[in-house]
Design a protein around this ligand. Sequence first.
Ligand SMILES: Cc1ncc(COP(=O)(O)O)c(C=O)c1O
Length: 404
Amino acid sequence: MNETNKRKFPSWPQFGEEEKAALMDVYDQNRLAFSNAKDWQTKGTARISLEEEFARFHDCKFGIAVTSGTAALMVALRAVGVEKGDEVIVQSYMCIADTEAIIQAGAVPVFCDIDPANCGLNLESVEACITAKTKAIIAIHFGGYMIDMDRLSAIAEKHNVKIVEDASLATGSVWNGRKVGSSSLITIFSFGTDKLLTVGEGGIVITNDAALADKCQSLRNSGNYARIDDSLAENRALAEFTDIEQIGWNFRMPEAPAALGLVGLHKLPLQIQKRHENGRYLDQKLSAIEGLQPLVCSESQTLQSQGLYIFKINEKLFGCDKESFIKRMNAEGIPALYGYHNPIYKYSVFRKENAYKHIFHKYAEAACSQCVWFSHSILLGSKDDMDAIAAAARKIKCEIGGCK
Ligand SMILES: Cc1ncc(COP(=O)(O)O)c(C=O)c1O
């Protein structure tokens, strides 16, 4: 065994004594969840603190914590008015969650291609997908590599289409001095096990729009009336059980995950800074190797929280394909990941439908065969760890005869 494959990269999640104490506090106070009108606005609950602090961390006014990122998407899509028969645009190089949320809203997912530079929305492809039925676009900052929301917003405004921002992989990222989500209508985050802020399973919607926040509160709370505005506090108990204005879900986040989320949120700024710095360092190291090309972190993005670190392998220039590269990296003790094998439209559930049978997205297909991923926890390692990743890639290139 050589030096690299003895190396221990940081694992995830990194729970310790603080998380244990937060969970014990929930247990000691015998408060697992809040569900009735008086309780769900009780100040001092972990869920409400998480909602307030997470929203504030993103320079937003309101947060609505839910049980998963998918639940957050379902709430956000309904809140912006997506209904049966509407079309919603989503990129095809992506996990299935966003597409499922669209379908659960009764709408039709319309797949668009990605931008090869950052694996986010390809704006030309977005415009080509817009029809009279388009109600919304889901804007994903894939791997945390932020897309230009100003350009996307201009397109959305021109066509009178809403944007739901999915920043699940970009928590705390900054673009031209603005926190992700701070200038958007509505933004969602996943707090799943592998996410930058994890509570096990969970998610949140943030917005600056009070009416939209109210609607989200109600949707995640089985359609119950649930105002954020404290001046209505006295009416709340009365309002409970008196009326349901819309059909929602029980997506209420319980106290234990919220308590974990609060601890994680306090640790986040230092982690994000470290990931950003290691990410840019690794960019330099890997781009110096012929045939490897990191995704582009835009100059406008001053903080990249790196929900994933991604680089591309060019089979011809590097000398081997992605699959054998990953196997060799893993044998060197470097936990490189394959990522998606196929764009979403190739899954059998969509192949059956005519509308999806003939789609071919050249950039999404290329990403499947070229993009290599690292979990964000790898970027919590030392500079020496980053050097070891680059050294292993260089070693592989030499072994297959590609060294100059
Ligand atoms: C960008 C993005 N959005 C949404 C989701 C769905 O989140 P969850 O798994 O919490 O439902 C994920 C999950 O991997 C994701 O990566």
